[in-house]
Design a protein around this ligand. Structure first.
Ligand code: GTP
Ligand code: SPV
Ligand code: MN
Length: 601
């Protein structure tokens, strides 16, 4: 096998912080025996370690150093062009029975899968360094926080994990020496980055992940989709909490009253942008702060839902990010940022479609080829990403490290729908809200390989991330509702409805504050709404649209319920539930019937 990740040889004092927990040592020993690396590098998260890894990554062309005057301490990584997004068709949930994985997951039998993966991993790290990355997910003093270890032969993974998680000694200290302590075992090898030998496998019962053949984002930063969502959701159900594909934001009124909101939108559908929203001038005195941009871990306390962001950084979509659309993201990625698959300008700056200012006259595209404004290809890959520490975000919420988390007043679901679904509406109650989440759909995006722009059902934005049977997941949501004495209100939004001219009707981004304000008004029991068949719907005057350049017809179109479209939509809900083969809880089937009845169907 071609060695695309040659070993590195650290000086004394670097790469030698061995954990003391016997279970970890035994596991690393086993994986070492199997993969046969040249050496083992034990990460501790120190500055010196980071500097050494960056120097070696530059030497091996894993990273390109960017212009220190333009983007200080920042780097560009180019992944293999065959490896630029999550691959859902080779993502597996390996539970003892197929039923446990359920109708929406690829399942494969655990023993067979282990032996297939062990064959692939046999000798896979020859001539390479095996890195052991200890990390925690969650604020250091939170009861929700969990420990993980990722073994990898990719320096890019180590450097990214340092940004995305709280990595190093902090995890060794948290784990301690109890050999029975709970921690996630993650094994990753690039192999030879061959799409035919690419598998991302989860063994929820063993708290284990094995990912081979990819070097890209969600496939290989095992803390994120694999642990915090797929394994996380499995553990959450077992342990009575929730792991969700949700941003968490704080919103404070001019009077100083603060609410927290969690929102589930599918991949590349606006979570990072919503979490970093800057209110328009008209909302003088309102402030939005970010707790998290992708994942929420939530538990019940005093009958309320409290949320923490398990991550420590943002792995965000680059294209479209500008000072106009998302100034907080721009400020976050101006320094100390690891870019993947964006374009490189002649002065070693980064560029992407949608960045402020004119395109460069000449650049190197994400594949490493010459690019000019006349090129047919995109300069940056549509799923190019930044990894940046959350500390870089000027709008970071002051309570982001709070162990108990932040109390959630509202949950928002949202998809990318050019038709049918109004700008915003509110569920009648918790179970109706669960139905909204369970039936949500969205046009597919470049975040996963495959067709883009195809409407598919993506319940709670968790279709690719739920680590167990989706029917049990729905039931878990219903059960959580029963335990909440003060449940969040549940909403659905759609920033992406299009008019007859095929253009977005809603300006989106900062202007989404207008929708958020209505959500908060509803939480404060003061916002007006009309009862519609789909839920509580604002009338145009219930939304603050002052100083917004939008015509009456567009607003009417945004808030309109077209019965013909909804008849089709209801048929899709039914088709989706039917396709799940009898796992949908009674409560949700009943919600579907009640919805149909409200449409006189
Ligand atoms: P993941 O990191 O994949 O989970 O995605 P995300 O949900 O955080 O999506 P993100 O905020 O990065 O947005 C993805 C794309 O949606 C970008 O191209 C944005 O420009 C676009 N987008 C985000 N918010 C809006 C909006 O309010 N209106 C419109 N029209 N586009 C938006
Ligand atoms: C997503 O696809 O939802 C992401 C990006 O947040 S990745 O980490 O690559 O999955
Ligand atoms: Mn995501």
């Amino acid at each position: 096998m071609k060695n695309i990740a040659p070993a590195i040889f650290p000086p004394n004092g670097i790469g030698d912080t061995k954990p003391t927990n016997q279970a970890v040592l035994e596991w690393v020993h086993e994986i070492g025996k199997l993969t046969k690396p040249e050496n083992i590098f034990w990460c501790d998260g120190s500055e010196g370690e980071n500097e050494f890894l960056i120097t070696e990554s530059l030497k091996q062309n894993v990273l390109i150093k960017l212009n220190d005057k333009k983007v200080p301490r920042s780097y560009l990584h180019r992944s293999n062009p065959n490896d630029v997004a999550r691959v859902e068709k080779v993502t597996f949930i390996c539970t003892p029975t197929k039923e446990e994985a359920g109708p929406t997951n690829n399942w494969s039998e655990p023993a067979d899968t282990y032996s297939k993966l062990h064959e692939l991993l046999n000798g896979a790290m020859r001539g390479r360094t095996m890195f052991v990355v200890p990390y925690i997910m969650g604020p250091p003093d939170s009861p929700l926080t969990k420990v993980g270890f990722e073994i990898t032969d990719s320096k890019y993974v180590v450097l990214s994990m340092r940004i995305m998680t709280r990595m190093g000694k902090i995890a060794l200290n948290r784990l301690g020496n109890d050999p029975k302590a709970e921690w996630n075992r993650g094994v990753h090898s690039l192999l030879d980055v061959d799409p035919d030998r690419r598998f991302i496998c989860h063994f929820p019962q063993d708290n284990t992940i094995i990912s081979v053949g990819s070097g890209y984002g969600g496939n290989v930063l095992l803390s994120k989709k694999c642990f915090a969502l797929r394994i996380g959701s499995y553990l959450a159900r077992k342990q009575g909490w929730m792991a969700e594909h949700m941003l968490i934001l704080g919103v404070e009124s001019p009077e100083g009253k603060k609410h927290y909101v969690a929102a589930a939108f599918p991949s590349a559908c606006g979570k990072t942008n919503f979490a970093m929203l800057i209110p328009p001038a008209h909302f003088n005195g309102w402030k939005v702060t970010t707790v998290g941009d992708d994942i929420a871990w939530m538990e019940i306390r005093d009958g309320r839902l409290f949320a923490v962001n398990p991550e420590n950084g943002y792995f965000g979509v680059v294209p479209g990010t500008s000072y106009k659309s998302n100034p907080n993201a721009m400020k976050s990625i101006e320094h100390d940022t690891l870019y993947t698959n964006v374009a490189l300008t002649d002065d070693n700056d980064v560029w992407w479609e949608g960045k402020d200012g004119a395109p460069p006259k000449h650049a190197i595209d994400w594949r490493g080829n010459v690019w000019t404004p006349d090129s047919k290809e995109k300069a940056a890959h549509p799923n190019s990403r930044f990894a940046t520490p959350m500390r870089n975000n000027p709008a970071l919420d002051p309570d982001v490290e709070k162990g108990e988390g932040v109390p959630i007043s509202a949950i928002i679901f949202g998809g990318r729908r050019s038709d049918t679904v109004p700008l915003v509406y509110e569920a009648f109650d918790w179970n109706h809200g669960v139905y909204l989440g369970a039936t949500m759909a969205s046009e597919t995006t470049a975040a996963a390989t495959g067709a883009v722009g195809k409407v598919r059902r993506d319940p709670m934005a968790m279709l690719p991330f739920c680590g167990y049977n989706i029917g049990d997941y729905f039931k878990h949501w219903i059960d959580i509702g029963k335990r909440l004495t003060n449940p969040p209100l549940i909403f659905n939004v759609n920033w992406f409805r299009k008019g007859e001219n095929g253009k977005f009707l809603w300006p989106g981004f900062g202007e989404n504050m207008r929708v958020l304000k209505w959500v908060i008004d509803r939480c404060e029991r003061r916002g007006g709404a009309l009862k519609s068949p789909v839920g509580w719907l604002p009338s145009p005057h219930d939304l603050d649209l002052e100083e917004l350049d939008i015509d009456h017809k567009s607003v009417a179109d945004l808030l309109g319920i077209d019965h013909e479209e909804w008849h089709k939509e209801l048929a899709e809900h039914k088709k989706f539930f039917d396709s799940l083969g009898g796992v949908v809880p009674e409560e949700l089937l009943k919600q579907g019937e009640q919805l149909a009845a409200r449409f006189n169907l």
